[in-house]
Design a protein around this ligand. Structure first.
Ligand code: C2E
Ligand code: MG
Ligand code: MG
Length: 556
């Protein structure tokens, strides 16, 4: 082989096995470039001779050189294609790596950062802001009643609401701020601010509150949402020593506590963290642990509140109300522990255990007395709920016609199809259904007509105050005529005084319950009361002393 032929005949060396893609990329590009240089430097002469010869000018090039030129052209093409392939391969791999990093760092649903990446990003932002004399605000944003929205409307609607909320929060945020979804319905916004202008963060929180409160329409859900916001700042001391400032984890913890405080104060607001709030979170966590333990220890027991026919004064049944016999939390009532049990996913277990006990208690009462039980919206989403109730009835051998299930209004406006199927299924078994706390929720009147309820219960807030408040009295009157119009009997809750009782009697036919007839009682007290009533009735029905004395005398 001639020197010039050798010059062209460069074979591409196989990349060493340890070579990375980027290095191989460079080698292929090197081959292509050197082949081009050789082509331009040497092949140029050969090519011009080939071209001249083809027009009949001069002698033709050396065959070997021509072959070498062709080989060189092939090499240029090969090198170039190889370079392109490798470039594509590297590009694909880089995109995959970027995608993997994106997935690891962001929340797939909303595109926000996730819990893990916000921690790192917050620490970086805090340091960078501090270097410029700025403070970082950590803002925790939690949707109000999201669980209920999810339970009532399904997870598709829940997801859309979360996406829309993320968009709205982002729209309110300043440039350079970070937004993360921490999980569930919790978001965090982190941004730096001038310590002389903390009101900027107040304005931001207000903008988020306003932004998210605009009406939302999402897969069957139509309504407004709100958020509770907790805020803390990076210069909050966390230790005894001054200058011992919070890291991202501690900021998140403090903002979480402030957010709980916002919930406690009535939701749809923002609250700045204060040290004293820390106790609240500890309380909630202790409460959750105690509820789980209390369930396994049988600490949740049914109490019973009398239900009276107001016209005759006759006892017609009892409403079962859950009570917690807890040493640690002796004064915590159902309005506190039921929502916590819903949140931690034990409401069905708790409720079914209470109903089981209540059916056993009620079995021993006068068979004319009914038993009402309250059912959480969470339970209504369980497609097997009706079967579960029937199983409890069969096990206790309790007639379905004596059972009344109380459903609150809150789920009706959205989960109407689910509730309709469930109510129908329960009614087919002979169980009656009441609409509880009527007047406090959002049920549309058409829903009220389309659902086969047996009874409406006017919320106690209207009844209790109907003598003092003209508005309450109007609401009670309106609900009464609504019930009459729809042929739905009414129970008035919260009768505390004779005056209210008289007012109700003047309005129409009601069943009623309230402290006027006594507080909710445990099973044995109810048993004793019913026994005493039976004794009294027996005595009342018995012949008079003179009547009985005669036969006794004659016997004697
Ligand atoms: P509710 O079903 O509307 O029950 C009536 C509530 O009003 C009870 O409160 C009762 O003690 C109270 N009450 C009755 N009469 C009067 C009165 O004259 N004045 C006043 N101020 N209050 C009166 P409680 O027992 O604290 O229950 C609160 C709510 O907790 C219940 O409201 C019900 O929604 C829920 N709840 C109770 N037990 C259960 C349960 O086992 N499961 C579920 N899901 N919820 C329950
Ligand atoms: Mg009730
Ligand atoms: Mg009620």
């Amino acid at each position: 082989m001639s020197v010039s032929a050798r010059k062209f005949a460069i074979t591409a060396p196989a990349p060493p096995p340890h070579m990375g893609t980027a290095e191989r990329d460079l080698v292929a590009m090197g081959i292509a470039i050197s082949a081009i240089i050789m082509f331009v430097g040497t092949g140029g002469g050969v090519l011009s001779r080939i071209l001249a010869h083809s027009f009949g000018i001069g002698v033709g090039p050396d065959r070997l050189l021509t072959n070498a030129l062709l080989l060189n052209v092939a090499l240029v093409i090969f090198g170039w294609r190889r370079y392109e392939d490798l470039r594509r391969e590297v590009g694909t791999r880089r995109a995959a790596e970027a995608q993997a990093r994106l997935l690891a760092e962001t929340d797939a649903l909303t595109g926000c950062l996730n819990r893990y990446s916000i921690t790192e990003a917050t620490d970086t932002l805090v340091k960078r802001a501090a270097a410029q004399g700025e403070i970082t605000a950590f803002i925790m944003i939690d949707l109000d009643n999201f669980k209920q929205i999810n339970d009532c409307n399904g997870h598709g609607a829940g997801d859309s609401i979360l996406q829309e909320t993320a968009r709205r929060i982002r729209a309110a945020m300043p440039a350079g701020a970070l937004l993360a979804r921490l999980g569930g319905d919790e978001f965090a916004c982190v941004c730096a601010f001038d310590p002389r202008r903390p009101e900027r963060i107040d304005s931001l929180a207000t903008a988020v509150l306003d932004g998210v409160s605009a009406p939302v329409v999402a897969e069957g859900f139509r309504g407004q949402i709100s958020v509770s916001i907790g805020i803390t700042r990076s210069d909050t001391p966390v230790g005894e020593a001054s200058g011992d400032f919070a890291d991202a984890g501690q900021l998140l913890h403090m903002a979480d506590i402030a957010m709980y405080q916002a919930k406690k104060e009535g939701r749809n607001r923002y609250v700045w963290f204060a040290r004293e709030m820390e106790d609240a979170l500890r309380y909630r966590s202790d409460l959750e642990i105690a509820i789980r333990e209390g369930l396994s220890q049988g600490e949740f027991v049914p109490y019973y509140e009398q239900q009276i026919d107001l016209a005759s004064g006759e006892l017609v049944g009892f409403e079962m109300l859950a009570r917690w016999h807890s040493d640690q939390f002796p004064n915590v009532g159902p309005e506190v522990f039921i929502p916590v049990a819903e949140d931690i996913g034990v409401i069905a277990e708790m409720s079914e255990e209470l109903i089981r006990q209540a059916l056993n208690d009620a079995k021993g009462w006068d068979p004319a007395l009914t038993l009402s039980v309250n059912i959480s919206p969470v339970q209504l989403r369980d497609p097997w709920f009706a079967q579960r109730i029937l199983k409890l009835l069969v096990t206790a051998n309790f007639p379905p016609s004596r059972l009344d299930i109380e459903i609150t209004e809150t789920c009706l406006h959205s989960n109407i199809a689910g509730v309709h199927a469930l109510v129908t299924s329960l009614k087919n078994q002979g169980i009656s259904i009441s609409l509880d706390d009527f007047g406090t929720g959002y049920s549309s009147l058409s829903h009220l007509r389309s659902l086969p309820f047996d009874r409406i219960k006017i919320d106690r807030s209207f009844v209790t105050s109907m003598r003092e408040s003209a508005d309450s009295a109007t609401i009670v009157r309106s609900i009464t005529s609504l019930g009459e119009g729809l042929g739905l009997p009414i129970t008035a809750e919260g009768i505390e005084s004779e005056e209210v009782l008289d007012g109700l009697r003047a309005l129409g036919q009601f069943k009623g319950q309230g402290y006027l007839y006594g507080r909710p009682q445990p099973a044995d007290a109810v048993r004793a009361m019913l026994d005493e009533r039976a004794q009294r009735k027996l005595a009342d029905d018995a012949p008079t002393v003179t009547d009985t004395a005669l036969p006794l005398a004659s016997n004697g």
